[in-house]
Design a protein around this ligand. Structure first.
Ligand code: AHR
Length: 498
């Protein structure tokens, strides 16, 4: 088949926030313990963090890191994670049926994030706690000196404030699984009052209200509207959480997950505009897609979770360590394209999570760290997407999906930064190659195409493991012709996912 794309370089869209390439570290499973932090490992630095993992995190090129949860934060006491380590309490983590040692807390994590080049996005507990504890954490974190809490931070070894700017007002409070789950009115009021007090303490911060846990929640829509009616004028962003998985026998719908995310983002953007108009709010409210990824949630809910939530309370158990396939990498690429296409409304986004837990990076205790298939689309996109987004005119073969109807086989977007144009494609066909021609009205030199490839004979189910990593980026040949009018015509063939 053939696909024709034109790049209207003069029709420049929204500016891309570097925060679109955020990630997420939760105290969950082996993300922190036996993930970024493993004091006994041969690669551990003097603070216990693994150097090899840090190097991969830097290579990934993420910009922001959300911390410390997730569901974990809704039962967390931040005070447990500061002060001398030998005095820190060991606690039950009811969110994940685990034991939390508190050996990593605000200080250790912030230093690690600074080393990794990541801006911390801190979440406050609005499950078991409220206004006072959130305000205390902010004062401890950001107030320079002269108060009991800022002095406590200084005594704990940090003279300068952490200067954390981004704050999440709780996590997934609409979900019945959440510790301290609330109705939209209950949460909206609490989020508004917490926001008000936090802003009194530090007017420079940006606040994220918790939106729905997914687009299919029965309360979706009404939740956002109610929460924003309470908090509009007090918050800068509202969250979207979006996870996708392959339903048995339906890879086509899974590959079209970007269409689902696109509809979700459009729905939330519309609600934001309605509430801003209703309350005459000039300040924009962005969408923070503060958790997104591929995650086999059916397996988690039906098989792994019932097992994990009975019996012992282990330290750093193996939780949701999905092995990502080539197909998953294509879906991650297409979700990134969707985020770029919605750059006008999406103010930030976090690939959830960073290490071991549904993560692009995996580790073995005492053993290696490696890149999963999903590492590559994230890394390549974060490195190349710069400047402003350009919506493309794509004429592609169509694919019929059970979940999303007819979708384009090729999904694509471009970004432009000065003279640099970057093109991003995914090909969602399972059976047919497509030859793509792209017309760009500028002369393109030094063109390079990278694709996520499988080795000869491997298929769309190929994964990278501790011992073997057959999947990685490889270049794809591109033919370029420049016509008399100075228009570059690129031709490349995208193989099917076989
Ligand atoms: O990322 C894993 C979990 O998914 C998070 O803790 C929670 O917020 C979401 O349901």
């Amino acid at each position: 088949s053939t696909t024709r794309i034109t790049v209207p370089v003069s029709d420049v869209g929204a500016q891309i926030s570097p925060r679109l390439f955020g990630t997420f570290v939760e105290h969950m499973g082996r993300c922190v313990y036996d993930g970024i932090y493993e004091p006994g490992h041969p690669e551990a630095d003097e603070r216990g963090f693994r150097r090899d993992v840090l190097a991969l995190v830097r290579e990934l090129g993420a910009t922001v890191v959300r911390y410390p949860g997730g569901n974990f934060v809704s039962g967390y006491r931040w005070e447990d994670g500061v002060g001398p380590r030998e005095n820190r309490p060991v606690r039950l983590d009811a969110a994940w049926h685990s034991t939390e040692s508190n050996q990593v807390g605000l200080h250790e994590f912030s230093e690690w994030a600074a080393d990794a080049g990541l801006e911390v996005m801190e979440a406050v507990n609005l499950g078991t706690r409220g206004v006072a504890e959130a305000a205390d954490l902010l004062e401890y974190t950001n107030h320079p000196s002269g108060t009991a809490l800022s002095q406590q931070r200084i005594d704990n070894g940090r003279a300068e404030p952490f200067g954390i700017r981004l704050w999440c007002l709780g996590n997934e409070m609409d979900g019945p699984w959440q510790i301290g789950h609330k109705t939209a009115d209950e949460y909206g009021r609490l989020a508004a009052e917490t926001a008000r007090m936090m802003r009194f303490i530090d007017p420079e911060i940006e606040l994220v209200a918790a939106g729905s846990s997914n687009h299919e929640m029965p309360t979706f829509g009404e939740w956002e509207r109610t929460v924003l009616r309470h908090t509009a004028g007090l918050v800068d962003h509202i969250s979207v959480h979006a996870y996708y998985e392959e339903a048995p026998g339906d890879p086509a719908s899974f590959l079209a997950s970007g269409v689902g995310l696109s509809r979700y983002l459009d729905d939330v953007a519309k609600i934001i505009e309605d509430v801003r108009a209703e309350f005459n709010i000039e300040k924009p409210i962005g969408i923070s897609v503060d958790e997104w990824n591929v995650w086999n949630q059916t397996r988690w809910n039906e098989v792994d979770k019932p097992r994990a939530f009975t019996g012992d309370w282990p330290v750093a158990p193996r939780l949701i360590e999905d092995d990502y396939t080539v197909t998953d990498a294509v879906v991650v690429g297409s979700l990134l394209i969707t985020l770029l296409k919605h750059a006008e409304h999406v103010s930030m986004a976090n690939l959830a999570q960073l290490v071991n837990v549904i993560a692009p990076i995996r580790t073995e205790p005492g053993g290696p760290a490696w890149r999963q298939t999903t590492f590559f689309p994230f890394q390549l996109t974060a490195a190349a997407a710069r400047g402003n987004v350009i919506a493309l005119d794509v004429q592609s073969p169509r694919i019929t999906t059970a979940r999303f109807g007819e979708v384009d086989a090729v999904d694509a977007v471009a970004t432009i930064d000065g003279d640099d144009v970057a093109l991003f494609f995914v090909h969602r066909s399972l059976d047919e190659a497509t030859t793509v021609t792209v017309a760009v009205p500028s002369r393109l030199d030094g063109l390079e195409a990278l694709v996520i490839s499988t080795p000869d004979g491997a298929d769309r189910h190929a994964v990278n493991g501790a011992d073997r990593q057959p999947v990685g980026p490889a270049s794809l040949p591109i033919a370029v012709e420049i016509d008399d009018a100075g228009i570059s015509h690129l031709t490349l063939t995208l193989p099917p996912l076989a």
